[in-house]
Design a protein around this ligand. Structure first.
Ligand code: G3P
Ligand code: MG
Length: 253
């Protein structure tokens, strides 16, 4: 297994990466939330043959297990309501995600499913809270799956580093490229994950590449979004759909 989709493997030098015209890696955001019920085993397994990797969100549930879920509360995504961190794992497994048969998986269930796929599928586990970091590391140790962690929160990255000093991680940054680049240095991160706006409106890609960091940007919803990110030189596009990048074509000679 390899984290190449996240770490920009194939880049020869930091400066050549910034001007590279090669197609970026494709990472299915929440398991391609634009096509499948977000953050579910069904989504990740359906997306698996189309993407280089997937991204999922994790937080603790009411009985203390890490579960794969984006929001603090159940209301937007499921037929339940209330705070995820107050609901037991068993109850979460009974809820429907976006009106489908798919339910909220534990991180263990999701990594177990990924480890059973016929081909390797690296997983970006986004830590939504600091409290979930060490529990996520404990779960990940049980499965043969390549994982890179990420978070917007310094306290989550700190907890992650405490739990696993060697774990690959990426710093998520939405508004402030300086804070993201500084955090990458502080946490010894090999990658940053900036928003699409940061990529298009600042020099964050060049600055990150100059520091030897890979750049995976979120979130592309359309082919136009993905094309703009590719033109900006990112190493990976975190996308809601797997059909936004033409991964098979080569540039014209
Ligand atoms: O990891 C990139 C992206 O998932 C961050 O935003 O809110 O969709 O988790 P969000
Ligand atoms: Mg996320």
């Amino acid at each position: 297994m390899s984290l190449d989709p996240f770490l920009g493997a194939g880049r020869t030098t930091a400066s050549s990466a910034a001007s590279s015209s090669s197609t970026p890696s494709l990472v299915g955001h929440r398991g391609c939330a634009g096509q499948y019920p977000e953050n579910t085993v069904a989504a990740v397994t359906a997306a698996a043959t189309h993407v280089d990797a997937v991204e999922v969100d994790v937080r603790l549930c009411g009985t203390g297990e890490p579960v794969v879920f984006h929001d603090e509360t159940l209301d937007r995504v499921t037929d339940g309501s209330g705070r995820v961190d107050e609901v037991p794992l068993g109850r979460l497994g009974e809820l429907d995600v976006h009106g489908t048969d798919a339910s909220i998986p534990s991180l263990a269930e999701l990594l177990s499913a990924v480890s059973s796929l016929p081909t390797d599928l690296p997983v970006n586990v986004e830590l939504k809270t600091s409290a979930v970091a060490s529990a996520a590391v404990d779960v990940r140790a049980e499965y043969e799956v390549d994982v890179i962690y990420s978070s917007f929160h310094d306290d989550a990255l700190r907890e992650l580093r405490r739990a696993d000093p060697d774990a690959p991680l990426a710093v998520l940054c939405g508004r402030d490229p300086d804070a993201g680049l500084d955090a990458a240095a502080a946490f010894d991160a090999p990658a940053i994950h900036p928003s699409m706006a940061l990529v298009l409106e600042t020099a964050v890609v060049r600055r990150a590449h100059d520091r030897g960091l890979a750049v995976n940007a979120w979130t592309a919803s359309t082919a136009a979004d993905a094309g703009r990110l590719a033109d900006a030189g990112v190493d990976g596009v975190i996308a809601d759909r797997w059909d936004v990048l033409d991964q098979g074509s080569e540039p014209d000679a």
